[in-house]
Design a protein around this ligand. Structure first.
Ligand code: PLP
Length: 482
């Protein structure tokens, strides 16, 4: 070092890079053996880290060693094949490499002119997905629509809300606008409404039917009542595959109401949307042609690591009119010509990562057929587990099984279900999560991990089978009848 003023050099990058890649490969190959969830108390990990940043350089090997020593023991292993909690956040080798290249390039694609290929690759990949998912042509650039990669489905909902709000504000004041979604809509709806400046009570909760999908006649009534009271209904969020139970709101009926009332319809298909890559599963999108905007997450089920949400709009001007703010330092000839897409106007932040790369790597490495095979494999594993649960008198479903999600409970009630979930998760071989559906404590099992195979679902079943108590307790069995 001495007098050399350079801090950043490429010296060591190849060998350190090779070590890092080895490290990730070892991690992925060892996932079968890991305890899915960590055994740590709050503060444990922080206590093992130095309180002060290093003054002097440290060797890369030391940093990698601390990953094993300090960081990994404090992780929940989302890529472990026994991870069945929440929804999957699946990754894959080509996705990891796409991220690597993206970090190496480290471009900022805020404007077309700040890296034309960053914008145009993203546009093309999103057009590919319109075709692969059988999405309506209104979402294509050539028809005045278009797609963008957002960091999350939550951001897509927020951007849709802001676009809908701006459109509605041409004829009404903010305090008169009303929004609609069911109690089963993702929490990013109330959060987005809050950020977009709506008061809590401007978001109306539409009742659900027995299968937890939106009751369209209730929506109709609520909108009519609101109009009669002088409100201006402006936005409906319909979910294709709710987070709690994979319920599908009836898009055709909801969409017809939105059309009639001039309300913006956003379809949140964060988890289920990926299924449409299989032609036989396109029903997940039935009615989506009535939507003003739509989003799904390749970062859930399509082997592309977080963050990667594909967000489409029917009228891209409605979105960019709402979000475009142009200071002098961003003015440029390409933007002024009106012939380019500047993705900064499609999202909340200015700067943006080159996210399309990882999706491009994934789509090309596996091909649409590979992705279809992957999803169908998960569906057949789910079906096998569903049959086992159904045939066993100790379990019952709390919602209709759909796609790769099973929502079930122990027949003796909430206490037994809660205890079973805890006991199964305590083995740390698998991880399941929970929800509450119509007052029932419910175990959620989502099969969607990149590395999950039949033997992992078999192991999950063996644990459930071994740890679940009998259907009727001894007390219940001797209770007098009649
Ligand atoms: C997972 C999920 C979300 C949130 O996804 P993020 O990308 O993490 O914001 C939103 N809606 C539904 C239906 C989901 O399942």
């Amino acid at each position: 070092m001495g007098d050399d003023p350079r801090v950043v050099t490429s010296s060591g990058f190849r060998s350190d890079g090779a070590s890092a890649l080895e490290w990730v490969a070892d991690y992925l190959e060892g996932l079968d053996q890991v305890a899915v969830s960590p055994s740590v108390a709050p503060g444990d990990i922080a206590a093992r880290l130095p309180a002060h940043a290093p003054e002097e350089p440290e060797p890369f090997d030391t940093i990698l060693a601390d990953l094993d020593r300090i960081v990994v023991p404090g992780l929940t292993h989302w890529q472990a094949p026994g991870f069945f909690a929440y929804f999957p956040a699946s990754s894959s080798p080509p996705s990891v490499l796409g991220e690597l290249v993206s970090a190496g390039l480290a471009v900022n694609g805020m404007l077309w002119s700040t890296s034309p290929a960053c914008t145009e690759l993203e546009m093309v990949v999103l057009e590919w997905l319109v075709e692969l998912l059988g999405l309506p042509d209104q979402f294509r650039f050539a028809n005045g629509g278009g797609g963008v990669i957002e960091d999350s489905a939550s951001s897509a909902t927020l951007c849709a809300l802001v676009a809908a709000r701006e459109r509605a504000l041409r004829g009404a004041t903010l305090d008169r606008l009303t929004l609609y979604g069911t109690s089963e809509a993702h929490s990013s709806l109330p959060k987005g409404a809050k950020i977009a400046g709506f008061a809590h009570d401007q978001l109306r909760r539409v009742p659900v039917l027995d299968d937890f999908s939106m009751d369209p006649s209730a929506l109709s009534r609520m909108v009519a009542d609101d109009r009669a009271a002088g409100f201006v209904p402006c936005f409906v969020l319909a979910t294709s595959g709710t987070t709690s139970s994979m319920a599908f709101d009836p898009l055709e009926q909801v969409g017809a109401i939105c059309r009639e009332e001039g309300m913006w319809l956003h379809v949140d298909a964060a988890m289920a949307g990926s299924a449409a890559i299989c032609p036989e599963l396109r029903a997940v999108h039935q009615g989506v042609e009535l939507a003003d905007s739509y989003a799904f997450n390749p970062h859930k089920w399509l082997l592309t690591n977080f963050d990667c949400t594909c967000f489409y709009v029917r009228d891209r001007n409605a979105l960019t009119d709402a979000l475009s703010v142009t200071p002098e330092y961003l003015r440029n000839a390409a933007t002024a010509s009106g012939s380019v897409v500047d993705y900064r106007d499609w999202q909340v932040p200015l700067g943006r990562r080159f996210r399309a790369l990882k999706l491009w790597f994934v789509l090309r490495t596996y091909g649409a057929e590979g992705l279809r095979r992957h999803l169908r494999h998960h569906l057949s594993l789910t079906e096998k587990l569903r049959e086992r649960l159904e045939a066993d008198g100790r379990f019952s479903f709390c919602a209709p099984p759909a796609l790769d999600l099973l929502c079930f409970a122990h027949v003796t009630g909430n206490a037994a279900t809660e205890r079973l979930l805890r006991d199964v998760n305590d083995t740390r071989r698998v991880l399941l999560s929970h929800t509450v559906l119509a007052g029932r404590y419910t175990i959620r099992c989502a099969v969607g991990g990149a590395w999950t195979e039949e033997r992992h679902v078999d192991e999950l079943w063996e644990l459930l089978d071994r740890l679940a108590p009998p259907a009727a307790t001894a007390v219940a069995q001797v209770a007098p009848v009649g």
